[in-house]
Design a protein around this ligand. Structure first.
Ligand code: GLC
Length: 394
């Protein structure tokens, strides 16, 4: 990737990134909300820390995988709602340097990202179930709350000061153990927090979950774009139904569904942040590996069709959806249904068309208000999603 481009440009061109949910909860294996969902007392939860071994943790392998999958950035949970820090911090003993792996997992991750020219994203949960003040809320214990906010400001400062260039701060929100959501922009002093981040990291992108809009909008488990069409945005999605490692959940989306979803997001100028939930030893499970490889294969042929495109200029009709960049219109054919495709009510004129990844030209015929693409192969040239690239008449 070009190195000198602006933060807006790299994000717009990125297309896909790898989200990684990993922490003590991975050792329990029932998702990252297990402490809350099963009301596990903190002392009992922390008994799992030694099982969060990271003994096969090799972030170079994650980075290689992200590259193979055609991704441009990664986002790692440096601290999830359980409050356990994967980085070295002076604020708490509940961190991976003092306990469990006894390694600075974030440092190794950041270095691997750089080695593989991936942009570095750090997820940071503002909520922290391990801190009583968060569970009590600002009204009930104002002084303890103030101390809690100072603590998270300090943790964010450590993340932004100690690891070199960081490209994305990915905040998260959630309720406390009493089911109340005490995080507001005011209650966490988000203006001040984000100003500090920008002071330390002038080129950083900050997401919208400190309850201030900042640089980009996050859709979660859906692909609805923001109303402001110029706003940067990203849809984060799981491959099965959970973020953190949960071997009982085998309800995986197919690679085909993942690619279809990506084309839907890309055609609205968004990025897809696709999640993996590594095991406590740091390895990634086979169904996730397989899907990342399939995605990479598809992107190796079709990347130009999802990079910095704008929403479909022609109707999707029965075939799927479309996008445009410059003089090229991309038809994402989700439903390849035989040797012809109709683009209904199309005023645009095209000089030529080709099925991407093949040399096969497409016959284009005007039929009144509609355009017909003819002499197509009977079955889909690409099982995941074939793309027809049409050239606009100037
Ligand atoms: C949801 C989950 C949280 C996860 C996040 C990712 O908010 O509750 O655990 O980290 O999605 O966007």
């Amino acid at each position: 990737m070009r190195k000198d481009i602006s933060k807006i440009t790299w994000f717009r061109e990125a297309g896909v990134g790898l989200f990684i949910h990993w922490g003590v909860y991975s050792a329990i294996g029932r998702g990252e909300w297990v402490m809350q969902n099963e009301r596990i007392p903190l002392a009992d939860y922390d008994k799992y820390i030694p099982e969060f071994t990271a003994d096969k943790y090799n972030p170079d392998e994650w980075a290689q995988l992200a590259k193979i999958a055609g991704m441009r950035y990664m986002v790692l949970t440096t601290k999830h709602h359980d409050g356990f820090c994967l980085f070295d911090t002076a604020t708490t003993n509940r961190n991976a340097v003092r306990q469990g792996p006894e390694r600075d997992l974030v440092k190794e991750y950041v270095e691997a990202c750089r080695r593989y020219e991936l942009k570095v994203g750090l997820y940071f949960s503002l909520p922290d179930w391990s801190i009583q003040a968060f569970n009590d809320g600002p009204e009930n214990a104002p002084e303890a709350w103030a101390a809690f906010i100072s603590l998270i400001h300090e943790q964010v400062r450590e993340l932004c000061a100690n690891y070199g260039k960081i490209d994305v701060i990915w905040y998260d929100r959630a309720g406390n153990l009493n089911g109340v959501s005490p995080i507001t922009a005011e209650s966490v002093r988000a203006l001040e927090l984000n100003a500090m981040i920008r002071e330390l990291q002038p080129d950083i992108l900050i997401n919208d979950r400190s309850e201030l809009p900042e640089d980009f909008y996050t859709a979660e488990q859906n692909i609805k774009p923001p109303l402001d069409k110029e706003r940067l945005w990203e849809a984060c999605l799981t491959m099965n139904k959970h973020w953190g490692y949960f071997p009982a959940d085998d309800l995986y989306k197919s690679a085909k569904e993942i690619v279809h979803t990506l084309t839907g997001i890309a055609s609205y100028r968004g990025n897809m942040l696709l999640n993996v939930g590594p095991k406590p030893d740091g390895t990634i499970v086979k169904p996730e590996l397989e899907r990342l490889e399939a995605l990479g294969q598809w992107l190796s042929v079709h990347r130009e069709a999802i990079e910095n495109v704008s929403p479909g200029p022609v109707s999707g009709g029965t075939y799927g959806c479309s996008s445009i960049r410059g003089d090229s219109v991309y038809l994402y054919v989700h439903w390849w249904h035989g040797s012809s495709i109709t683009i209904a009510n199309c005023a645009m004129e095209f000089t030529s068309g080709v099925i991407m990844g093949t040399n096969q030209a497409v016959t284009i015929q005007r039929d009144g208000k509609h355009i017909k693409l003819l002499d197509l192969p009977a079955s889909a040239p690409d099982y995941l999603c074939s793309v027809i690239k049409l050239s606009l008449k100037k």
